[in-house]
Design a protein around this ligand. Structure first.
Ligand code: 13P
Length: 335
């Protein structure tokens, strides 16, 4: 199994390619659809995702897609199961396996991720359906007195237990500790929170005997808080992000695929490019690429608006963002 998982992880972060996160829960997708006046039904969610996945040339820039439970069970309009539709294009199907967030008792403003109960059986089912990798997202908020070490540790331990189960069941885990952008904190505060979170995560992964070469890390970029008056430019984001990763992530991890976290699509691409330009000078050991949801989907979703006649234009917008991010993953993005 180990060699197969190592190969899958390497393919997920192939040069110039990244991941499309299309694993929004039904509630999250409904919120995004509502803003654009798109009706949210099982059929419209499928139509939207089929539009994304069938975009011509998507496979040139997208190595894998993260699906939601509903989507992995659906069939495209020609009857092809969604995971098979992706696999036929050479795109690796993946699946989000966590069950969302709950409040951490006695720690106001902090949450932890659920979903370990029954996970083994679900992993077997997903693998049978064609999934080859998984995702679990932990969320860390920045605020007055938070994150606490208890929150960081609870989330890191869950990530490690999830990662171990995935590796045993033949799936590559994406380990995602997301430090949120929400708040008026500056980039230095994000840097220390991210470093503390990653330190706990790799401590837990080590204690739980996880194989680093059979996983992908999905962190936030180190950025200024959304409401911070001083928004750090891409070269500072690159410097802070790489400083943080170099102090915490083992060389054996094959790839780091950043989330976009609410950055605009153009900003996320510019920051990813700056990270890769700087990484070359530092000779960092990992592939540094993208695993974006909002920064890939914002443009196509707003063009599509639930109308079949907008499909081709929406697909072009998606592939354009994917191409720009593919270039940024090589440090070759030219805006
Ligand atoms: P964003 O790129 O919108 O942050 O989403 C990535 C993701 O999968 C969050 O879990």
């Amino acid at each position: 199994m180990s060699e197969e998982l190592t190969q899958i992880a390497a393919n997920m972060v192939a040069p110039g390619k990244g991941l499309l996160a299309a694993d929004e829960s039904t509630g999250t997708l409904e919120k995004r659809f509502k803003k654009l006046g798109i009706e949210c039904t099982e059929a419209s969610r499928l139509a939207y995702r089929e539009m994304l996945f069938t975009a011509p040339d998507l496979e040139k820039y997208i190595s894998g897609v993260i699906l939601f439970d509903e989507t992995i069970r659906q069939r495209a309009s020609d009857g092809t199961p969604i995971p098979e539709l992706l696999a036929r294009k050479g795109i690796i199907p993946g699946i989000k396996v966590d069950k969302g967030l709950v409040d951490l008792p006695f720690f106001p403003g902090e949450r932890f991720t659920q979903g370990l109960d029954g996970l083994s059986a679900r992993l077997d089912e997903y693998r049978e359906m064609g999934a080859r990798f998984t995702k679990w997202r932990a969320v860390i908020a920045i605020g007055e007195g938070i994150p606490t070490s208890q929150c960081l540790r609870a989330n890191a331990d869950a990530l490690a237990r999830y990662a171990g189960l995935c590796q045993v069941h033949g799936l590559v885990p994406i380990v995602e500790p997301e430090v949120l952008m929400d708040g008026s904190h500056d980039i230095k505060t994000c840097r220390w929170a991210t470093e503390a979170a990653l330190h706990e995560v790799f401590d837990a992964l080590t204690r739980y005997r996880i194989s680093f070469k059979e996983m992908i890390l999905k962190p936030n970029m180190v950025v200024s808080g959304t409401d911070c008056s001083n928004q750090a430019p891409p070269d500072e984001v690159a410097e802070m992000t790489l400083a943080c990763l170099r102090r915490t992530v083992p060389v054996a991890v094959p790839g780091i695929a950043f989330l976009s976290g609410g950055q605009s699509d153009v900003t996320a691409t510019a920051n990813l490019n700056a990270i890769n330009v700087k990484a070359k000078t530092l000779k960092t050991p990992w592939t540094l690429t993208f695993s974006f949801s909002r920064a890939l989907q914002a443009a196509p979703m707003s063009i599509w608006r639930g109308q079949a006649e907008n499909k081709a234009a929406a697909q072009q917008a998606l592939v354009r963002r994917a191409r720009c991010n593919g270039a940024a993953a090589l440090g070759q993005y030219d805006p």
